[in-house]
Write a protein that binds this ligand. Structure first.
Ligand code: MN
Length: 241
């Protein structure tokens, strides 16, 4: 463990508003498997797995509290944004996590990818949770102190409403590392006012939608498939194992 990385942890702890009792947990959250392998340390992977669940809980709980009249569909859309790689990467970058990351081998010289930083951010919250004696309340309080306003303001600015093709692709990449496919199933109407019917499919999910352009029809179809996936969360998880 290079001493230079150790002394800098203070700044990270200050930014988090939390001082770790067990610095090894903090170090583990910042240890990529490439580094762990070289030095016989534990990597952040299991912490990331736990952190992912914690952040899901914090975000959903916050959204339901702040937006009690939002429908389940809207909440699902909001949630998918606030637990996305894109958003968590942003938060990880603000904490300058890339500066603390312990990378080994070739990774050392490469630039830190958004997904790596998002994963580290997740691991960090699991480390904090374990370090504070596994108190969900305490961890949630710290998370909200840092991010409540930001999430609420972001919802008010509609930042979670991105285009559906992008949202869907992000979701399917995350779940299965696959992309949905689109195909034209029908074109009707006279030349000057055509209506396109597009089918969007991925795995067992499939929907068609119509629109005055292929682009519009694709967006509608993507929205339908995304809703199918998000509303069958439990079943999908079972299917994945
Ligand atoms: Mn992750």
């Amino acid at each position: 463990m290079p001493a230079s990385s150790l002394k800098n942890f203070e700044e990270l702890e200050k930014a988090l508003g939390y001082s770790f009792r067990d610095k090894n947990l903090l170090i583990q959250a910042l240890t990529h498997k490439s580094y762990a392998g070289e030095y016989g340390l534990k990597s952040y992977e299991t912490l990331e797995f736990l952190g992912d669940s914690l952040i899901n809980l914090f975000v959903v709980d916050l959204l339901i509290e702040e937006f009690p009249s939002a429908s389940e569909g809207e909440l699902a859309m909001m949630k998918s944004y606030f637990v996305s790689e894109e958003f968590l990467y942003e938060l990880g970058e603000e904490l300058s996590l890339d500066a603390y990351l312990l990378l080994g081998g070739k990774r050392r010289s490469n630039h830190v990818s958004p997904s790596l930083l998002a994963d580290t951010f997740e691991a960090l919250w699991a480390a904090l949770y374990i370090d504070c004696g596994r108190s969900v309340d305490k961890t949630k309080e710290l998370f909200y102190r840092l991010y409540r306003n930001r999430i609420v303001e972001s919802v008010k600015r509609n930042e979670y409403k991105r285009d559906y093709k992008t949202l869907l692709q992000e979701e399917t990449q995350k779940r299965w590392r696959e992309r949905p496919t689109y195909r034209v199933v029908n074109i009707e109407g006279p030349h000057h006012s055509r209506v396109f019917e597009i089918e969007c499919s991925i795995r067992q999910y499939r929907a068609t939608a119509k629109g005055k352009s292929k682009k519009i029809a694709q967006q509608h179809a993507a929205k339908k498939v995304l809703e199918l996936i998000l509303s069958s969360e439990g079943e999908t998880q079972k299917a994945a194992y």
